[in-house]
Write a protein that binds this ligand. Structure first.
Ligand code: KIV
Length: 272
């Protein structure tokens, strides 16, 4: 029975917190469009992230920097129209919150009003504190994002594992504590050592969701295209592929082309 038929209610931030407290892991995937969001929600995913990774996997840009607030709202509203159960979080894109808390608040409010999303996600710690606090005081739930923060890729210079040295690890733990104190309901930690992620998940009471951060955290997130094997060139160590849609789609399209060329499609039963 699908979750739609079973009468299960929508996931909330309170339920995510309760999941951490009872040791039930949180499942999270990215989604950017109506059709896939409907499948992922129907399969029972807890959280859908309309990630700014849409910039890479949907629009083909090299980084997450070019995607705009209008693009994110378009993707988020498509996802929201599909979802009955999952909690939907939307990334505030680069340039829509850094360094200006009034603009941050305006961006968060636009996302919530125009897409119907349930929460926003923002990259960074102490440097975005003022924006996080303003958004939270407007009643918008905020998910933090620490470790590898792709919106700062030109500051880091590479996509390698973050916080391997003590100084960066200590700062990350401080930032996690700060985000919790501000009132964030969860934090994504990306590409950090598993032992550090474990420490963060033990230090703070809110759920810690990992990507490339090992198994000692409260939940996992992956980019949908990566885990379904649509994007085969991307092969980081942390990725587990659950399907090979590259092959499935290529085979199906090749057979369709053959049938069309051979005038085998449509046949007698496939026409009016
Ligand atoms: O945009 C995104 O997909 C993300 C995940 C990698 C967590 O932020």
């Amino acid at each position: 029975m699908s979750v739609h038929q079973s009468g299960i209610k929508r996931i909330t931030t309170h339920q995510l917190q309760a999941m951490k407290e009872r040791g039930e892991k949180i499942s999270m995937l990215t989604a950017y469009d109506f059709s896939m969001a409907k499948l992922l929600d129907g399969a029972g995913i807890d959280v859908l992230l309309v990630g700014d990774s849409a910039s890479n996997v949907m629009a083909g840009y090299e980084t997450t920097l070019p995607i705009t607030l209008d693009h994110m709202i378009y993707h988020a509203s498509s996802v929201i129209r599909a979802v009955k159960r999952a909690f939907v979080v939307v990334d505030i894109p680069f340039g829509s919150y850094q360094g200006n808390s009034s603009e941050a608040l305006r961006s968060a409010i636009r996302i919530m009003k125009e897409s119907g999303a349930h929460a926003v996600k923002m990259e960074g710690g102490h440097e975005i504190k003022e924006s996080v606090v303003r958004i939270l005081s407007a009643g918008v739930p905020v998910m933090g994002h620490l470790g590898l923060t792709p919106q700062s890729i030109f500051k880091f210079g590479t996509y390698t594992v973050r916080a391997k040295d003590d100084e960066e690890a200590d700062k990350l733990i401080e930032d996690a504590r700060l985000l919790e104190e501000c009132g964030c309901f969860a934090i994504v930690v990306e590409k950090i050592p598993a032992q550090l992620a474990k420490k963060v998940a033990q230090e703070v009471k809110i759920p810690i969701i990992g990507i490339g951060a090992g198994g000692y955290v409260d939940g996992q997130v992956l980019v949908m295209q990566d885990m379904l094997g649509i994007n085969k060139e991307f092969k980081p160590r942390f990725l587990r592929r659950y399907a090979d849609l590259d092959t499935v789609v290529t085979d199906a399209v090749s057979r369709y082309i053959e049938d069309v060329k051979a005038n085998d499609f449509p046949n007698e039963n496939e026409q009016y």
